[in-house]
Design a protein around this ligand. Structure first.
Ligand code: G6P
Length: 436
């Protein structure tokens, strides 16, 4: 029989998120390996907390788990004594995301929640709140692992790594695990057998090799994706076959915003709705279902959200930390020399060894020449965004936009900065009290 691992207290910041039942279903599924004594869901929105908490409580009851569930609006109380803290907040909720999308679109450039100008403004709103949570976490749960799902995950993780007292931080995303699953399905092998040689940043990842039983099957995957043999895989890797062949690498999903920017813009124009506007409807429907006392499992409709299955990434990480598994997972962590040419202190998304010691990124060497410039520009923009978000300097915010490949030119960077600053004014106090 396998060992059983125990968590005394798990805290979810942003517990009222419609994703919380996804996380909980992961714990229920892995009950034979992982027991949680107490789960504390914290949220500033009481109504959401009660609705989501209601479903979670029914899920636990149905699973006959004796995990104690606590719904709270007291943040320090929620954090105190936690072994694991999962952060999944969205400052300003969907209406703020929609502005991040709509305002850039109104200037003919891409609007998205994690990349381009929208992603940067999402970071500006989220950095101060994340750092405040981190300050309390470091004080009330100094030994806890802080798992950041909060978007834009690469930028927020970099802020936490460099501007907080937290000792144990990991940035997480479901893109790597979904890519692994899609590739496994395409090759018709179990997903544990697939080893992805991955290099990049969060939402900017390239696959340099796909190893199955020691053999690199990347060329075959590129060939098959070019013929669009699998729906799941072509959805995850929506790229022109010429691009795949010329790059000789497999770009992951979010790279479509850089390699096919105009397509992404046209899609939204054609649909007449941004993704945030679509998600607003999905969330309304989900919350209605969560409120139904007969609903006792996560509803199927949750699959319409991009974060479906993210619990797998969280549980895999938690189990490796607890069991000293020393396996390799693709995580967002401090570079520490993993990608040559990038500073040590920045966040990167790379294969890392995970065990009781923590997270050690594997050496990736130099980025391939054909992606180096994009990788470095996006990283420069992200690091400037951390500085801007922390300091509240408009000048640094403009520089973060200028450095971003999805914002063409200084003039537009200034215009977008001023418009987005004004639109999000109530969530950006640091920019309105600063001297600059
Ligand atoms: C994926 C990404 C997440 C992102 C989500 C968006 O899971 O990895 O970072 O938040 O998709 O999904 P949504 O349903 O909100 O568009």
């Amino acid at each position: 029989m396998e060992n059983m691992y125990k968590i005394q207290k798990l805290t979810v910041v942003g517990g009222g998120s419609t994703y919380t039942p996804e996380l909980l279903s992961g714990f229920i599924e892995h009950r034979e390996k992982l027991a949680v004594d107490r789960i504390s869901l914290f949220d500033i929105n009481r109504e959401r907390l009660e609705t989501v908490g209601g479903l979670v409580s029914r899920m636990l009851q149905r699973a006959e788990l004796d995990t104690r569930l606590e719904l709270t609006q007291n943040r320090t109380g929620a954090l105190e004594g936690a072994d694991f803290i999962v952060s999944q907040i969205r400052v300003g909720l969907m209406p703020a995301r929609i502005l991040d999308e709509r305002i850039p679109f109104s200037h003919g450039v891409l609007g998205q929640e994690t990349v381009g100008a929208g992603g940067l403004f999402n970071a500006f709103r989220t950095i101060p709140v994340s750092l405040e949570i981190a300050r309390e976490a470091a004080r009330y749960a100094p030994d806890a692992w802080y798992l950041n799902f909060t978007n834009p995950s690469g930028i927020i993780t970099e802020a936490l790594l460099n501007h907080s007292e937290l000792k144990r931080v990991a940035g997480l995303c479901n893109v790597p695990i979904n890519a692994q699953r899609a590739v496994a399905e395409l090759l018709n092998v179990p997903s544990q057998k697939v080893w992805l040689d991955w290099i990049g940043l969060n939402h900017l990842g390239w696959i340099r090799g796909i190893y199955v039983d020691g053999r690199d099957r990347l060329p075959e995957v590129i060939e098959r994706l070019s013929q669009q043999l699998s729906d799941e895989a072509s959805e995850r890797f929506p790229f022109e076959s010429r691009l795949l062949h010329d790059l000789g690498l497999l770009p992951t999903y979010y790279l479509r915003y850089y390699y096919a920017t105009q397509n992404a813009i046209s899609e939204v124009q054609k649909a007449g709705k941004t993704r945030g506007e679509v998600v607003l409807d999905i969330e309304r429907d989900l919350l209605g279902r969560y409120a139904d006392p007969n609903q006792v499992i996560k509803p199927e409709e949750l699959k319409q959200r991009g974060g479906a299955y993210y619990s797998e990434a969280a549980i895999r990480l938690i189990l490796s930390l607890l069991s000293d598994r020393r396996d390799v997972q693709i995580l967002i962590t401090r570079n520490n020399g993993a990608i040559q040419g990038l500073p040590d202190h920045v966040s990167v998304e790379v294969p890392s060894i995970v065990g009781a010691h923590g997270i050690s990124p594997l050496s990736c060497g130099k980025p391939p020449a054909q992606v180096k410039h994009l990788l470095e520009s996006v990283k420069a923009s992200e690091s400037l965004a951390v500085e801007a978000g922390v300091s509240g300097s408009r000048r640094k915010a403009v520089m973060a936009l200028v450095a971003n490949p999805l914002v063409p030119g200084f003039e537009l960077a200034e215009r977008l900065t001023d418009e987005l600053l004004e639109a999000h004014r109530r969530y950006l106090p640091q920019f309105f009290s600063s001297e600059e």
